[in-house]
Write a protein that binds this ligand. Structure first.
Ligand code: KIV
Length: 384
Protein backbone atom coordinates (compact mmCIF):
# COMPACT_ATOMS: atom_id res chain seq x y z
CA UNK A 1 0.00 0.00 0.00
CA UNK A 2 1.36 3.36 -1.02
CA UNK A 3 1.21 6.25 1.50
CA UNK A 4 0.13 9.70 0.37
CA UNK A 5 2.65 12.53 0.66
CA UNK A 6 0.69 15.76 1.11
CA UNK A 7 1.95 18.61 -1.02
CA UNK A 8 1.96 21.89 0.90
CA UNK A 9 2.70 24.73 -1.48
CA UNK A 10 4.16 27.88 0.04
CA UNK A 11 4.83 29.86 -3.16
CA UNK A 12 2.53 32.61 -1.89
CA UNK A 13 4.26 32.82 1.50
CA UNK A 14 7.90 31.65 1.45
CA UNK A 15 8.02 32.20 -2.33
CA UNK A 16 7.04 35.81 -1.73
CA UNK A 17 9.99 36.08 0.65
CA UNK A 18 12.24 36.08 -2.44
CA UNK A 19 14.08 39.41 -2.52
CA UNK A 20 12.17 41.72 -4.87
CA UNK A 21 8.97 39.66 -5.15
CA UNK A 22 5.58 41.18 -4.33
CA UNK A 23 2.45 39.31 -5.35
CA UNK A 24 -0.71 41.36 -5.84
CA UNK A 25 -4.03 40.02 -4.61
CA UNK A 26 -4.83 39.09 -8.23
CA UNK A 27 -1.51 37.20 -8.52
CA UNK A 28 -2.25 35.29 -5.33
CA UNK A 29 -5.73 34.31 -6.48
CA UNK A 30 -4.51 33.24 -9.94
CA UNK A 31 -1.65 31.15 -8.58
CA UNK A 32 -3.76 29.63 -5.79
CA UNK A 33 -6.62 28.61 -8.10
CA UNK A 34 -4.10 26.99 -10.46
CA UNK A 35 -2.53 25.08 -7.54
CA UNK A 36 -6.00 24.02 -6.42
CA UNK A 37 -6.82 22.75 -9.91
CA UNK A 38 -3.65 20.63 -9.85
CA UNK A 39 -4.87 19.02 -6.60
CA UNK A 40 -2.26 20.48 -4.26
CA UNK A 41 -3.29 19.57 -0.70
CA UNK A 42 -2.41 22.74 1.20
CA UNK A 43 -1.81 26.28 -0.04
CA UNK A 44 0.02 28.57 2.36
CA UNK A 45 -1.42 31.87 1.23
CA UNK A 46 0.64 34.35 3.26
CA UNK A 47 1.60 35.87 6.57
CA UNK A 48 -1.42 37.97 7.61
CA UNK A 49 0.36 39.70 10.50
CA UNK A 50 2.53 41.50 7.92
CA UNK A 51 -0.17 44.07 6.99
CA UNK A 52 -3.87 44.72 6.48
CA UNK A 53 -3.33 44.20 2.75
CA UNK A 54 -1.87 40.77 3.44
CA UNK A 55 -4.94 39.88 5.55
CA UNK A 56 -7.11 40.89 2.56
CA UNK A 57 -5.02 38.86 0.07
CA UNK A 58 -5.08 35.74 2.21
CA UNK A 59 -8.84 36.19 2.72
CA UNK A 60 -9.31 36.53 -1.05
CA UNK A 61 -7.37 33.29 -1.61
CA UNK A 62 -9.42 31.60 1.11
CA UNK A 63 -12.63 32.55 -0.73
CA UNK A 64 -11.30 31.48 -4.16
CA UNK A 65 -9.90 28.06 -3.35
CA UNK A 66 -12.38 25.19 -3.59
CA UNK A 67 -10.67 21.98 -2.55
CA UNK A 68 -7.26 22.63 -1.01
CA UNK A 69 -6.70 23.55 2.62
CA UNK A 70 -5.76 27.23 2.88
CA UNK A 71 -3.09 27.99 5.44
CA UNK A 72 -1.81 31.19 7.03
CA UNK A 73 1.50 31.56 8.86
CA UNK A 74 1.77 33.06 12.34
CA UNK A 75 4.55 33.59 14.85
CA UNK A 76 3.73 32.13 18.24
CA UNK A 77 2.14 35.36 19.43
CA UNK A 78 -1.53 36.22 19.95
CA UNK A 79 -1.69 39.07 17.43
CA UNK A 80 -0.28 36.94 14.61
CA UNK A 81 -2.59 34.04 15.38
CA UNK A 82 -5.61 36.34 15.51
CA UNK A 83 -4.65 37.96 12.19
CA UNK A 84 -4.30 34.50 10.63
CA UNK A 85 -7.71 33.48 12.00
CA UNK A 86 -9.33 36.63 10.63
CA UNK A 87 -7.80 36.11 7.19
CA UNK A 88 -9.00 32.50 7.09
CA UNK A 89 -12.56 33.21 8.27
CA UNK A 90 -14.13 32.24 4.91
CA UNK A 91 -11.83 29.32 4.09
CA UNK A 92 -13.56 25.98 3.56
CA UNK A 93 -10.59 24.21 5.13
CA UNK A 94 -8.52 26.64 7.22
CA UNK A 95 -5.13 25.82 8.73
CA UNK A 96 -3.02 28.01 11.01
CA UNK A 97 0.71 27.34 10.87
CA UNK A 98 2.45 28.47 14.05
CA UNK A 99 6.23 28.59 14.41
CA UNK A 100 8.80 29.49 17.02
CA UNK A 101 12.60 29.38 17.03
CA UNK A 102 14.03 26.14 18.42
CA UNK A 103 17.81 26.13 17.89
CA UNK A 104 20.02 27.41 20.71
CA UNK A 105 21.64 29.95 18.41
CA UNK A 106 18.27 31.51 17.49
CA UNK A 107 16.94 31.30 21.06
CA UNK A 108 19.97 33.18 22.35
CA UNK A 109 20.69 35.53 19.45
CA UNK A 110 17.23 36.31 18.08
CA UNK A 111 14.48 35.49 20.56
CA UNK A 112 16.46 36.09 23.76
CA UNK A 113 14.54 33.37 25.61
CA UNK A 114 15.34 30.17 27.50
CA UNK A 115 14.15 26.77 26.33
CA UNK A 116 11.57 26.41 29.15
CA UNK A 117 9.98 29.72 28.26
CA UNK A 118 9.80 28.70 24.59
CA UNK A 119 8.01 25.47 25.51
CA UNK A 120 5.34 27.57 27.25
CA UNK A 121 5.08 29.88 24.24
CA UNK A 122 4.63 26.92 21.88
CA UNK A 123 1.90 25.43 24.04
CA UNK A 124 0.05 28.75 24.36
CA UNK A 125 0.27 29.45 20.63
CA UNK A 126 -1.00 26.04 19.49
CA UNK A 127 -3.88 26.21 21.99
CA UNK A 128 -4.82 29.71 20.84
CA UNK A 129 -4.76 28.63 17.18
CA UNK A 130 -6.92 25.60 18.07
CA UNK A 131 -9.62 28.02 19.28
CA UNK A 132 -10.04 29.02 15.63
CA UNK A 133 -9.48 25.74 13.77
CA UNK A 134 -8.81 22.07 14.45
CA UNK A 135 -6.16 22.10 11.76
CA UNK A 136 -3.04 23.53 13.38
CA UNK A 137 0.50 22.99 12.13
CA UNK A 138 3.49 23.61 14.37
CA UNK A 139 7.09 24.26 13.27
CA UNK A 140 10.08 24.36 15.62
CA UNK A 141 12.12 26.71 13.45
CA UNK A 142 15.72 25.75 12.64
CA UNK A 143 14.95 22.19 13.79
CA UNK A 144 17.91 20.66 11.94
CA UNK A 145 20.37 22.83 13.94
CA UNK A 146 18.49 22.45 17.23
CA UNK A 147 19.31 19.99 20.00
CA UNK A 148 17.31 16.87 19.04
CA UNK A 149 16.29 16.46 22.70
CA UNK A 150 14.73 19.92 22.66
CA UNK A 151 13.04 19.21 19.32
CA UNK A 152 11.48 16.10 20.89
CA UNK A 153 10.37 18.13 23.93
CA UNK A 154 8.76 20.92 21.93
CA UNK A 155 7.08 18.48 19.52
CA UNK A 156 5.59 16.65 22.53
CA UNK A 157 4.24 19.95 23.90
CA UNK A 158 2.79 21.02 20.54
CA UNK A 159 1.06 17.67 20.06
CA UNK A 160 -0.42 17.76 23.55
CA UNK A 161 -1.71 21.27 22.83
CA UNK A 162 -3.47 20.03 19.69
CA UNK A 163 -1.13 20.35 16.69
CA UNK A 164 -2.05 17.94 13.90
CA UNK A 165 0.93 18.54 11.64
CA UNK A 166 4.49 18.72 12.91
CA UNK A 167 6.84 20.38 10.46
CA UNK A 168 10.60 20.03 10.98
CA UNK A 169 12.27 22.81 8.99
CA UNK A 170 15.81 23.00 7.68
CA UNK A 171 15.48 26.77 7.97
CA UNK A 172 18.96 27.75 6.80
CA UNK A 173 19.50 24.94 4.29
CA UNK A 174 22.21 23.50 6.49
CA UNK A 175 21.50 19.79 6.88
CA UNK A 176 22.78 16.89 4.81
CA UNK A 177 20.13 14.44 3.58
CA UNK A 178 21.42 11.83 6.06
CA UNK A 179 20.90 14.29 8.94
CA UNK A 180 17.34 15.06 7.81
CA UNK A 181 16.48 11.37 7.71
CA UNK A 182 18.06 10.89 11.15
CA UNK A 183 16.07 13.78 12.64
CA UNK A 184 12.76 12.34 11.40
CA UNK A 185 13.72 8.91 12.77
CA UNK A 186 14.74 10.45 16.13
CA UNK A 187 11.47 12.32 16.54
CA UNK A 188 9.40 9.23 15.75
CA UNK A 189 11.47 7.17 18.20
CA UNK A 190 11.45 9.75 21.03
CA UNK A 191 7.86 10.97 20.57
CA UNK A 192 5.77 7.92 19.65
CA UNK A 193 2.55 9.95 19.81
CA UNK A 194 3.71 11.87 16.72
CA UNK A 195 2.25 8.92 14.82
CA UNK A 196 -1.15 10.58 15.31
CA UNK A 197 0.04 13.66 13.41
CA UNK A 198 1.39 14.24 9.92
CA UNK A 199 5.15 14.77 9.88
CA UNK A 200 6.28 17.43 7.45
CA UNK A 201 9.56 18.79 6.03
CA UNK A 202 10.34 22.36 4.94
CA UNK A 203 13.75 22.88 3.30
CA UNK A 204 15.74 25.87 2.14
CA UNK A 205 18.30 25.48 -0.64
CA UNK A 206 21.38 27.27 0.71
CA UNK A 207 23.64 24.29 -0.06
CA UNK A 208 21.57 22.97 -2.96
CA UNK A 209 20.20 20.06 -0.90
CA UNK A 210 16.56 21.11 -0.58
CA UNK A 211 15.03 18.48 -2.84
CA UNK A 212 17.41 15.71 -1.73
CA UNK A 213 16.58 16.58 1.88
CA UNK A 214 12.85 16.44 1.17
CA UNK A 215 13.16 12.99 -0.38
CA UNK A 216 15.35 11.83 2.53
CA UNK A 217 12.68 13.10 4.94
CA UNK A 218 10.01 11.13 3.05
CA UNK A 219 12.15 8.01 3.18
CA UNK A 220 12.28 8.50 6.98
CA UNK A 221 8.54 9.02 7.46
CA UNK A 222 7.62 12.57 6.42
CA UNK A 223 4.20 12.61 4.78
CA UNK A 224 3.96 16.30 3.94
CA UNK A 225 6.49 18.31 1.94
CA UNK A 226 6.54 22.09 1.84
CA UNK A 227 7.48 23.32 -1.61
CA UNK A 228 7.63 26.43 -3.79
CA UNK A 229 7.07 26.63 -7.54
CA UNK A 230 10.39 27.18 -9.39
CA UNK A 231 12.19 26.79 -6.06
CA UNK A 232 12.09 30.53 -5.32
CA UNK A 233 11.99 31.82 -1.73
CA UNK A 234 14.06 33.34 1.04
CA UNK A 235 17.79 33.63 0.10
CA UNK A 236 18.66 30.67 -2.20
CA UNK A 237 15.05 29.51 -2.21
CA UNK A 238 13.09 26.45 -1.18
CA UNK A 239 12.48 22.87 -2.20
CA UNK A 240 11.01 23.13 -5.70
CA UNK A 241 7.40 22.02 -6.23
CA UNK A 242 8.08 20.57 -9.68
CA UNK A 243 11.16 18.62 -8.54
CA UNK A 244 9.34 16.98 -5.64
CA UNK A 245 6.24 16.12 -7.66
CA UNK A 246 8.31 14.55 -10.43
CA UNK A 247 10.79 12.84 -8.10
CA UNK A 248 7.92 11.22 -6.20
CA UNK A 249 6.16 10.45 -9.48
CA UNK A 250 9.22 8.60 -10.76
CA UNK A 251 10.52 7.07 -7.50
CA UNK A 252 7.25 6.82 -5.56
CA UNK A 253 6.98 3.06 -6.04
CA UNK A 254 10.37 2.37 -4.52
CA UNK A 255 9.64 4.77 -1.63
CA UNK A 256 6.11 3.38 -1.13
CA UNK A 257 4.50 6.80 -1.56
CA UNK A 258 2.53 8.89 -4.03
CA UNK A 259 1.12 12.41 -4.33
CA UNK A 260 -2.28 13.40 -5.69
CA UNK A 261 -0.85 16.26 -7.76
CA UNK A 262 -1.67 16.29 -11.47
CA UNK A 263 1.69 16.82 -13.21
CA UNK A 264 0.17 17.91 -16.53
CA UNK A 265 -0.01 21.56 -15.45
CA UNK A 266 3.52 21.86 -14.06
CA UNK A 267 5.08 23.84 -16.90
CA UNK A 268 2.17 26.33 -17.33
CA UNK A 269 2.19 26.84 -13.53
CA UNK A 270 5.93 27.46 -13.59
CA UNK A 271 5.52 30.03 -16.37
CA UNK A 272 2.71 31.75 -14.43
CA UNK A 273 4.85 32.04 -11.30
CA UNK A 274 7.83 33.20 -13.37
CA UNK A 275 5.71 35.95 -14.94
CA UNK A 276 4.00 37.09 -11.72
CA UNK A 277 7.09 36.89 -9.51
CA UNK A 278 9.39 38.47 -12.09
CA UNK A 279 12.03 35.85 -11.24
CA UNK A 280 13.33 34.16 -14.40
CA UNK A 281 13.70 30.41 -14.34
CA UNK A 282 17.35 29.53 -15.08
CA UNK A 283 17.71 27.54 -18.33
CA UNK A 284 19.27 24.59 -16.51
CA UNK A 285 16.57 24.42 -13.81
CA UNK A 286 15.44 20.83 -13.25
CA UNK A 287 12.07 19.94 -14.82
CA UNK A 288 10.98 23.46 -15.89
CA UNK A 289 14.17 25.13 -17.17
CA UNK A 290 14.29 26.15 -20.84
CA UNK A 291 17.04 23.58 -21.53
CA UNK A 292 15.41 20.70 -19.62
CA UNK A 293 14.46 18.92 -22.87
CA UNK A 294 17.01 20.42 -25.31
CA UNK A 295 19.72 18.08 -26.56
CA UNK A 296 22.94 19.61 -27.84
CA UNK A 297 25.64 16.96 -28.20
CA UNK A 298 25.88 14.41 -31.00
CA UNK A 299 25.73 11.30 -28.81
CA UNK A 300 22.69 12.51 -26.87
CA UNK A 301 20.92 13.67 -30.04
CA UNK A 302 21.49 10.32 -31.72
CA UNK A 303 20.22 8.49 -28.62
CA UNK A 304 17.13 10.59 -28.04
CA UNK A 305 16.18 10.39 -31.73
CA UNK A 306 16.34 6.59 -31.57
CA UNK A 307 14.38 6.37 -28.30
CA UNK A 308 13.41 9.38 -26.18
CA UNK A 309 14.02 7.57 -22.91
CA UNK A 310 17.67 6.99 -23.81
CA UNK A 311 18.30 10.52 -22.53
CA UNK A 312 15.10 11.75 -20.84
CA UNK A 313 13.56 10.60 -17.55
CA UNK A 314 10.52 12.85 -17.91
CA UNK A 315 8.12 12.94 -20.84
CA UNK A 316 7.82 16.69 -21.58
CA UNK A 317 4.23 16.22 -22.82
CA UNK A 318 3.25 14.73 -19.44
CA UNK A 319 4.12 17.98 -17.65
CA UNK A 320 2.52 20.34 -20.14
CA UNK A 321 5.69 21.27 -22.02
CA UNK A 322 4.42 22.67 -25.32
CA UNK A 323 7.64 22.40 -27.37
CA UNK A 324 8.63 18.90 -26.25
CA UNK A 325 12.09 17.46 -26.81
CA UNK A 326 14.34 19.52 -29.04
CA UNK A 327 17.48 18.95 -31.05
CA UNK A 328 19.63 22.08 -30.82
CA UNK A 329 22.36 22.26 -33.44
CA UNK A 330 25.79 23.53 -32.47
CA UNK A 331 29.47 22.74 -32.40
CA UNK A 332 29.07 19.34 -30.71
CA UNK A 333 26.15 18.08 -32.79
CA UNK A 334 26.58 15.08 -35.04
CA UNK A 335 25.15 13.80 -38.30
CA UNK A 336 22.03 12.22 -36.73
CA UNK A 337 20.87 15.46 -35.15
CA UNK A 338 21.76 17.46 -38.22
CA UNK A 339 19.87 15.09 -40.56
CA UNK A 340 16.82 15.11 -38.25
CA UNK A 341 16.62 18.92 -38.23
CA UNK A 342 17.08 19.01 -42.00
CA UNK A 343 14.26 16.50 -42.48
CA UNK A 344 12.01 18.48 -40.14
CA UNK A 345 12.69 21.64 -42.15
CA UNK A 346 11.74 19.89 -45.38
CA UNK A 347 14.58 21.44 -47.44
CA UNK A 348 15.77 19.49 -50.47
CA UNK A 349 19.17 17.84 -50.33
CA UNK A 350 21.81 19.93 -52.17
CA UNK A 351 23.89 18.70 -55.11
CA UNK A 352 26.89 18.01 -52.89
CA UNK A 353 24.67 15.76 -50.74
CA UNK A 354 24.01 15.80 -47.04
CA UNK A 355 27.69 15.28 -46.25
CA UNK A 356 28.72 18.47 -48.01
CA UNK A 357 26.03 20.39 -46.15
CA UNK A 358 27.18 18.82 -42.89
CA UNK A 359 30.72 20.05 -43.47
CA UNK A 360 29.47 23.58 -44.11
CA UNK A 361 27.29 23.27 -41.00
CA UNK A 362 30.30 22.28 -38.88
CA UNK A 363 32.31 25.24 -40.11
CA UNK A 364 29.43 27.57 -39.22
CA UNK A 365 28.81 25.88 -35.85
CA UNK A 366 32.39 26.65 -34.87
CA UNK A 367 31.64 30.34 -35.27
CA UNK A 368 28.06 30.42 -33.94
CA UNK A 369 26.76 29.07 -30.66
CA UNK A 370 23.50 27.79 -32.14
CA UNK A 371 22.79 27.03 -35.79
CA UNK A 372 19.11 27.79 -36.25
CA UNK A 373 16.60 27.01 -39.00
CA UNK A 374 17.40 30.17 -40.98
CA UNK A 375 21.09 29.26 -40.93
CA UNK A 376 20.24 25.78 -42.20
CA UNK A 377 18.11 27.15 -45.04
CA UNK A 378 21.01 29.39 -46.06
CA UNK A 379 23.48 26.50 -45.93
CA UNK A 380 21.28 24.49 -48.21
CA UNK A 381 20.71 27.42 -50.58
CA UNK A 382 24.51 27.79 -50.97
CA UNK A 383 24.87 24.11 -51.88
CA UNK A 384 21.83 24.03 -54.19
O1 KIV B 1 12.24 28.37 6.90
C1 KIV B 1 11.46 28.12 7.86
O2 KIV B 1 11.84 27.56 8.87
C2 KIV B 1 10.08 28.56 7.74
C3 KIV B 1 9.14 28.14 8.81
C4 KIV B 1 8.15 29.18 9.13
C5 KIV B 1 8.51 26.84 8.42
O3 KIV B 1 9.72 29.19 6.77
Amino acid sequence: MSDKVHIFDTTLRDGEQTAGVCFSERDKIDIATRLDALRVDVIEAGFPAASAAEVRSVAAVARSVRDATVCALARAVATDIDAAAEALRDARRPRIHVFVNASDVQLAQQLGKERDEVLGIAEYAVRRARNFTDDVEFSPMDATRADPKFVAQIVRVALAAGARTINLPDTVGFALPSRCAELFAQVQRDVPEVEEAVLSFHGQDDLGFATANAIAAVSAGARQLEVVVNGIGERAGNTAFEEVVMALGIHGDSLGVHTDVDPSGIVPLSRLVEERSGVSVPPNKAVVGGNAFRHASGIHQDGVLKFRENYEVIDPAAIGHARGSEIVLGKLSGRAGFAARVRALGVSVPTDGLEGAFERFQALANEKRVVDDDDLRELFAVGA
